[in-house]
Design a protein around this ligand. Structure first.
Ligand code: HSE
Length: 405
């Protein structure tokens, strides 16, 4: 029997208990031994829940118990998670986490401690919910140099954008739905302002390039400025607006950004809707690979956590080596990155059209049914810096969205 402890009995923690109860027998076969939850740590009480028998409020009970071999941290947030996880590794316990804030900030340090002590620090559930993406990057795509990772990495914003587009419901109603379904972060700003996707692309980039990509260095823009009118224009273009988290290597330099983009139906991520996540990876040998599945929610995330528990159980005393150096990867200045841009400006007068022509040269003009009194167009490819300078000379800008076509 392998004893484990679960830190945090919230959405994911209850999911982990449920998965282990539901599939305990097959999990035991795969792990080579029975997985037993010896403790659950939470500050709260859960009257009537059988978990009460295992509930403790003091992490030291778990840390000081030599029978506990694997700790599963599903509390979220950097502290006290970092203190608990580091202490657990130093006490000789392998750690599984779904906590992207923790992994993005301290992944290199915690992997290193695990490696030095022949333990494991595994975090499949921290990116893409139930989708296997960390293990493929570490184990299946190691023959390749990764040149691009582009993902829809936040289920909540994908759900909101999908509902706004498919059902015509407003931003707030769609967000409330996502919260009810357990997709959203405790503070939904982390979802809608793009911070959650930013941490996830920082983790994937650090793994793909083997160095520390600091999430603070990643240009991040959320979806709060996307309006129903933008979505109407996208529809007339046979396009959708998606929150992309991208990391691209060009000439030995990497740039990374999180921002809403317009994509056409020919893009591989176009059909990734609702809470689903999709991750597109391009390697220099394999070419293009796609990963798709449930990106958030109790059971999909718990499934990835429990799969990591099984892996840790199979590798007690053996470190699964992951390359993620603490050396910082300096990212390319995002101002140099080139895109096409979809732009809407107030007014549809000859003067507006002339000014746009002077600033942007040839543009693709876009009309949307029922939208009047404004001028919308898509630019040629230009740098973020050029765009900023030109937009400063443009009166009445209503929206600017990057276009990936
Ligand atoms: N709030 C996150 C999302 C949860 O919506 O994707 C999964 O990390």
């Amino acid at each position: 029997m392998i004893n484990i402890a679960v830190l945090g009995y919230g959405t994911i923690g209850t999911g982990v208990v449920e998965v282990l109860n539901t599939n305990g027998e097959s999990i035991a076969k795969r792990a080579g031994d029975q997985i037993n939850i010896k403790y659950v740590l939470d500050l709260r009480e859960f009257p009537g829940d059988p978990i009460m028998e295992k509930l403790v409020h003091d992490v030291n009970i778990i840390l000081d118990d030599p029978e506990v071999k694997i700790i599963c941290e599903v509390m979220g947030g950097v502290e006290p998670a970092h203190t608990f996880v580091k202490a657990a590794l130093l006490k000789g316990k392998s750690v599984i986490t779904s906590n992207k804030e923790l992994v993005a900030k301290h992944g290199a340090e915690l992997l290193n401690i695990a490696k030095e002590r022949n333990l494991n620090f595994l975090f499949e559930a921290s990116v893409g919910g139930g989708i296997p993406i960390i293990r493929p990057l570490n184990q299946s795509l190691t023959a390749d140099e990764i040149v691009e990772i582009t993902g829809i990495l936040n289920g909540t914003t994908n759900y909101i954008l999908s509902k706004m587009s498919e059902e015509g419901i407003g931003f707030e109603a769609a967000l409330a739905d996502a919260q009810k379904l357990g997709y959203a972060e405790r503070n939904p700003a982390a979802d809608v302002e793009g911070h959650d996707a930013c941490r996830k692309i920082a983790i994937l980039s650090s793994l793909a390039f083997g160095m520390q990509v600091d999430y603070e260095d990643i240009y991040t823009e959320g979806i709060t400025k996307i309006s129903d009118i933008d979505i109407r224009y996208a529809k007339t273009l046979d396009a959708k607006i998606k929150l992309f988290a991208t990391s691209i290597r060009e000439n030995d330099r990497v740039y990374a950004m999180v921002a809403p983009v317009m994509i056409k139906s020919s893009h591989p991520l176009y059909s990734v809707n609702d809470v689903f996540n999709g991750i597109f990876v391009r390697g220099n040998v394999i070419g293009d690979v796609m990963f798709y599945g449930s990106g958030a929610g109790k059971l999909p995330t718990a499934s990835a956590v429990v799969a990591d528990i099984v892996d840790a159980a199979k590798h007690l005393g053996i470190n699964i080596w992951t390359i993620w150096s603490s050396k910082k990867l300096e990212l390319t200045d995002v101002n140099q990155v080139q895109h096409r841009f979809f732009i809407r400006v107030k007014g549809n007068t000859p003067q507006v059209v002339e000014n746009v022509g002077k600033l942007f040269g040839d543009v693709e003009v876009v009309a949307a049914k029922g939208v009047a009194g404004e001028y919308a167009f898509i630019t040629q490819s230009l740098s973020e810096q050029d765009l900023k300078e030109k937009a400063n000379n443009l009166d009445g800008v209503l929206s600017i969205i990057r276009a990936r076509f």
